[in-house]
Ligand binder design. Sequence first.
Ligand SMILES: [Mn+2]
Length: 297
Amino acid sequence: MKYGMFYGYWKRDWSGDYLPLVSRAKKCGFDILAVSSGYLVEKTEAELDALRREAEEWEVELHAGFGPGPDCNLASQDQAVVDHAFRYYGRIFQVLERLGIPYLGGNHYSCAPQALPLPIDKEGDRERLLARMDRLAGQAGDCGITLMMEVVCRYEGYLINTAEEGVAFLKELGKENVRLILDTFHMNIEEDSFSAAIHTAGKALGYFHTGECNRKLPGAGRIPWNEIRHALRQIHFDGPVTMEPFILPGGSIGNELGVWRDLSGGASEQEMDQMASESLKFMKYVLEGEGFLPAVL
Ligand SMILES: [Mn+2]
């Protein structure tokens, strides 16, 4: 099983400054560094090649996510927006192929509901998205990329908020290279049961995101890790597990994600790394250890 960290843990501002984080992730024990593809498409070929070399040298896998804004909304009724979205995704796929990144994770290929005029046409958007995801999956497949559609909560999405909605969408779509991401932070808001949601996702579950209810590091809060661990084992999940903690206030990350207090406890850079390592040990114990879970954080 491979474990990752989303780069935003270490940053106060969104940025494409991924190079120094490759070795940092490795030194904390992670196999994967997850980055945002929106910045990757801005990089030169030389910068991309340097990032790939760094990742190879440190034996760190790079994974990527994308959170489309309204200008890249594949469910849009505006053909110009859809054309732009396909062109933009095309650029992302090219970059991911160059970096050897096998997955593109992300919201759900629409955009956040706050970015859209009300009322939202959920049924219409879903129909439009189905047709366009079919084409997008083909485009991704040509580059060897699997699309990981993330099930997100009501504050970040409106088309797929639960595992049940995700599985129903994938069933209608019928594409092998489109799978689901479940995220404990979002599940905590939308799902009746963590265990039932994981069983509902079953084989469609390709990727798992972890974080506490307040987006602290896994193990620092009250997410029911024992229940999650049993359910993941029962469905024989063996995909990547990447944590997405956000604990630093201020900057564009803190402001966008609502981190209004210092959840790090005033941690130094070194303490941030130590906490990440401890949380990773906890995560490995959740997924692969035996016996009852210890409280480690
Ligand atoms: Mn997530």
